[in-house]
Every structure is written in structure tokens, then in C-alpha cells.
Design a protein around this ligand. Structure first.
Ligand SMILES: [Zn+2]
Length: 578
């Protein structure tokens, strides 16, 4: 992993933010460098901080901690995404023996010295207790490969050398912050601290030093892994299995089946449907047909931080029948088993907790399908993509861990502790769900004003929308009109000729590969040609018939197999005969 620090880029960013402290812009710059590399952090993971002495409005100097706001993605971080906290106040918390979650959150809010709607990172105390001006924290894959080994802490020490400390896993919060600070006090020569099954903290007096230490130590971990692997194959192939050759058609049908089988009603009665992200890199397909595949799915997350996005275990679809629809029965059986195991896991651990906990939805988020690849589920496209990214990195890291020794799963107790952490629960409780969240709509004739208006209403209600039209330029224009007002990835455009059945059928395949399936079909493509019968050109009449009648028929007919596989409704009215 190259060290991407470039002083002229840093200076350019400083010029881009006149009036903002140079140190904070440098903090922003190196945070973005780390955020841009998925081997270091994924989707909002990791955090960074800066300590500065500033003057308050009374002219008094005030030691301030600028720490990443919770949930902010490091790759897009802005200087205003760092929450400014009273550092002198926070440091006093080292005296406390414990601090419960609610109190910790309240105290972090109280300690703000500048208004911000963001909540400071849950690792704020750790950043505050270390004395260094810059502190960087990532969940680097290679570090997790090492800490996931049997006797992982010693492996980390061997790999990274004497100027690091390695601590056992402990939940983020005051106890972890105190342990890390005590470790540094005992050995001020430390350049980094590793927390098992969690990640690595590096620190320094300037942005470049702290960032460079992060890259150096992660590279040392990677080099250690590569030396141990010594060109050995990461997987043990099974002679009886090969990748599915024509993957797209079965993958489209599989996405529909998986999506349908996981649709359910939440405890509040609201319907929940997932979007599906399909991945089929050669590494994933090879992993799916390896002897290791069942264990990869069953051995849990790399770090408890991932559990809310992927659940702890994945579902392995280990046989691929010739008839795709036979898979539906098998799939439902596997999901029922997963759900039953999740209920057991919840009841077992919630019974030991004195809080009144509500069980999260028990449905899986990641499926590894033999010979085909990974299907990841999320309540939004962003969530589905995040689950897929995490699954890809997890599978790859576990294969490496297996090749250099063995991968030791994290205990269910630690997983539960994170999944049902008060702060985590608060985050999800605050999320409101739009009426059509998780639903996917196709609008034909999407390049026109009416299609644009329909798309706007569906998007506003939370649906993901696919606009289709014979004219791609018009489609791009409609997307351009709408895209700024809605989250990235919720508008797709797919050109199609509705008068051609195959063209329409392939749109449904493409939608399923991109998003998972379909819930709402709006056959909106139409043309008008007004003339008296006497003047009507028969060819124009043919075109009106082809688009308005045949096009509507094709659009509805091609949706039927998708609705059948999903089995989530949508077929009530298609039985009427033309
Ligand atoms: Zn962390």
C-alpha cells in the first residue's frame, strides 16, 4: 500500500479552506487518504482526531479535541465533520472507574465547544487520553488477519516489532480508552497500539507522521502475511465443482429469489424489502466452490464493528440445482434455519442482559452461492453495497488467515455486546423509514415529462427507480434533473425498446443484477398520433399499436416470472385476459 502523502496536495487543500486552521485541514487531508483505501476502512469505519489550543470568545486559551463525527465516512470528510470538544474536561474522565453508555453520550455532548449536529465518535475518550496532536485509527484488513490468529497478540508483536502494543479485544468506551492510555504511559516509545479483532491506532505530532506510521505498520502486517503464505494457494479447490459459466441469467433469478425469501413484515407491521448487491469477482467465485466455503460463512465477522451491516454469519448455498426455481424451496429452508438460530442467539444473550432489549430483524444479509458469487442485502442501496464490500474483504481476509494458520472467530458474547450496544440501538431507532423504502420501481417511457414526474413521486416516497426509454439521451436528461435531490444509486437508467419482448425481459434481468428485483411496474411508454381515419398513415397506426398496446403487454408479461420468484405479490391483476 503506497504512502499517498503529498505536501503540494496538502497545501492545495489548505488554500481551498481559507479561514480554517491549517492543522485541521491537514487532519482532513490525511483522513481522506485513509478513507480512500478500503483495505484500511470501509463505509464509515475508523476515526481520526486533532488536538489544538484555540482562543474562546473571552480570549481564553482552550485545549480542543477535534474528533470525527460518528458515522462520517473518512473518504469524504470535511473540516466541519470534526466535532470540537473541551479536551481539558475530557481528560479528567480518566479518574472515573466506569461510565455507562447513556452518560458517556451525554458527557460527550456537554463537552462540545462549538455547535455541531454530529455526535462525537464513540472513541473520543481514547483520542483525548493519548497526548499526541494527531491520532489515526483504522480497521485494516491485514491487522485483523493477524489478530484473528490463534495467539493473535503474539503474532501481531512478531509482525510489527517492538514499538507497538497489542491489547485484547475490549468494547469501545471509557475502559478501552483507559487501557490504551495506560499502555502508552508505560511505554512512551510506542508508535502504534493494536486492539485485537478491532484495529490499529497510530499517533504523531504532525499529520504526515501519524499517517505514515499507519501505512508503515499496515504494510508490515501485509508483508508478514505474504511471507507466511509464500505463494501457497489460499483455497482448497473441490474437484467436483466448477464456476457456473453463464452467471448472469442464474444470478438475476437468484437475486429475485433471495430478495423475495427475505421480504417480511417488521414488528411495527411495516413491510420490509431489501435491495440486493451482487458480486462475482473471480476470487469470490473461487471461494464459493472451495472446501473452505462453509467455514467462511460460519466463522463470523472480522470485527464486531461489522455485525450491524452483515450480521455475524452468512448463508452458504451449497448446491445449485439445474432448475433455478427448485432453489427457492432450499433457500427458504436455509433462511428459516438462519432465522431460528438468530432467535436462539438473541434469547440466550438478552436473557443475561438487564436491559429490556428488542430483537433486531433476524434475516441474513450475505449469501455465498456455490459457483456464482455473493448476494448482499440492505434496506437501502448504500447498505447493500456496504454489506457486499465488507463480505468481500472478510472472505479474502479469512482465506489469508487460514493460509497462515487458522482464523479464530470472535465470541458470540462480544458480537451481541456490539450488536445490542445502547449507542448502536439508538442509531437505528433514530432512522425513519419512508413508505416505499426498499421497493424497486420500473418506469417505461422514463425519458419524458410524465415519466420524470412519476419517478419524482416514487423517489420521494423512498423507492429506488429504474427509468427506461428507447432514447438514452432523454433518460440521461431526466436522471440529471432528478439526481441532486436523492441519494446516490437510487436512480438507474436502462435503455429499452418496449415493442421487443426480449429487450424488455433483459431490462428485468439487468434490474435484478443491479438492485435485486422489482415491486412496482409503471408501463408508461406511449406515443400519440392524432388524425382522422381518412388521413391516418397505416404505418403510424402500426407504431401507435406497437408501443401503446404491445409495449404495455411486453412490460407486464416480462415482469411475471420476476414476481413469481419473489412471491411478494404483484400478480393479482395479471390473470385478466386480453
Ligand atoms: Zn474502531
Amino acid at each position: 500500500m503506497p504512502n499517498q502523502y503529498n505536501e503540494s496536495q496538502a497545501r492545495e487543500l489548505i488554500r481551498h479552506y481559507p479561514g480554517i486552521a491549517e492543522e485541521l485541514v491537514r487532519r482532513t487531508y490525511t483522513s481522506r487518504l485513509m478513507g480512500a483505501d478500503p483495505r484500511l476502512v470501509l463505509h464509515g469505519g475508523g476515526n481520526t482526531s486533532l488536538k489544538l489550543t484555540q482562543q474562546n470568545i473571552l480570549g481564553e486559551s482552550q485545549e480542543t479535541l477535534f474528533v470525527k463525527g460518528s458515522g462520517v465516512d473518512l473518504s469524504y470528510i470535511e473540516p466541519t465533520d470534526f466535532v470540537a470538544l473541551d479536551l481539558t474536561f475530557l481528560r479528567k474522565f480518566r479518574r472515573l472507574a466506569k461510565l455507562d453508555d447513556a452518560e458517556m453520550q451525554a458527557q460527550l455532548q456537554i463537552s462540545k465547544v462549538q455547535p455541531s449536529v454530529l455526535s462525537p465518535s464513540v472513541e473520543s475518550f481514547l483520542h483525548a487520553f493519548l497526548p499526541h496532536r494527531y491520532v489515526d485509527h483504522t480497521h485494516a484488513d491485514s491487522i485483523l488477519v493477524l489478530t484473528g490468529q490463534p495467539n493473535g497478540l503474539n503474532v501481531v508483536r512478531d509482525a510489527l516489532g517492538p514499538r507497538i502494543a497489542a491489547l485484547p479485544y475490549c468494547m469501545s468506551g471509557l475502559p478501552l480508552a483507559k487501557q490504551v492510555a495506560a499502555e502508552y504511559d508505560n511505554n512512551p516509545d510506542l508508535e502504534a497500539i493494536v486492539i485485537a479483532n478491532h484495529g490499529i491506532f497510530t499517533f504523531g505530532e504532525d499529520a504526515q507522521t501519524s499517517y505514515t506510521r499507519m501505512i508503515d505498520y499496515v504494510n508490515r502486517a501485509t508483508a508478514f502475511i505474504n511471507r507466511r503464505i509464500k505463494g501457497r494457494a489460499l483455497i482448497t479447490p473441490r474437484a467436483d465443482l466448477t464456476p457456473v459459466k453463464e452467471r448472469k441469467p442464474p444470478a438475476a433469478a437468484l437475486a429475485q429469489l433471495i430478495r423475495g425469501a427475505n421480504a417480511h413484515a417488521d414488528p411495527d407491521g411495516k413491510s420490509c424489502r431489501f435491495l440486493v448487491e451482487f458480486r462475482s469477482s473471480p476470487e469470490l467465485v473461487d471461494a464459493s466452490i472451495a472446501r473452505e466455503a462453509p467455514l467462511l460463512c460460519d466463522s463470523g465477522v472480522l470485527t464486531p464493528d461489522h455485525v450491524t451491516q452483515t450480521k455475524n454469519r452468512y448463508v452458504y448455498i451449497h448446491s445449485f440445482p439445474g432448475r433455478i426455481d427448485e432453489l427457492g424451496v432450499m433457500l427458504r429452508r436455509d433462511i428459516d434455519k438462519f432465522v431460528a438460530e438468530y432467535h436462539r442467539y438473541f434469547q440466550q444473550h438478552a436473557g443475561l442482559d438487564d436491559r429490556d432489549l428488542q430483537e433486531s430483524d433476524p434475516f441474513p444479509r450475505v449469501f455465498l452461492v456455490q459457483g456464482v458469487g455473493v448476494f448482499a442485502l440492505g434496506r437501502s442501496r448504500r447498505e447493500a453495497e456496504a454489506a457486499a464490500d465488507i463480505a468481500e474483504h472478510t472472505i479474502c481476509a479469512k482465506l489469508q488467515a487460514g493460509a497462515i494458520g487458522a482464523y479464530v472467530p470472535i465470541t458470540d458474547t462480544h458480537i451481541f455486546e456490539m450488536e445490542y450496544w445502547g449507542l448502536q440501538q439508538k442509531k437505528s431507532a433514530g432512522r425513519t423509514r419512508a413508505l416505499l423504502q426498499g421497493q424497486i420501481a420500473l418506469i417505461t417511457g422514463g425519458g419524458g415529462a410524465i415519466g420524470c414526474g412519476i419517478a419524482d413521486r416514487l423517489l420521494a416516497a423512498g423507492a429506488a427507480v429504474v427509468l427506461s426509454d428507447i432514447d438514452e439521451t432523454r433518460l440521461q436528461k431526466v436522471r440529471w434533473i432528478l439526481q441532486d435531490r436523492y441519494p446516490q444509486g437510487v436512480i438507474e437508467i436502462i435503455p429499452c425498446d418496449v415493442t421487443n419482448y426480449q429487450s424488455v425481459a433483459s431490462v428485468y434481468d439487468e434490474i435484478s443484477l443491479k438492485l435485486g428485483g422489482i415491486d412496482i411496474v409503471v408501463p408508461n411508454a406511449g406515443i400519440a398520433h392524432v388524425a382522422t381515419i381518412e388521413d391516418l398513415d397505416p404505418q403510424k397506426m402500426e407504431a401507435v399499436y406497437a408501443v401503446n398496446f404491445k409495449g404495455t403487454f411486453n412490460t407486464i408479461k416480462a415482469a411475471i416470472p420476476v414476481f413469481k420468484r419473489q412471491a411478494t405479490g404483484g400478480l393479482d391483476r395479471v390473470k385478466c385476459a386480453f
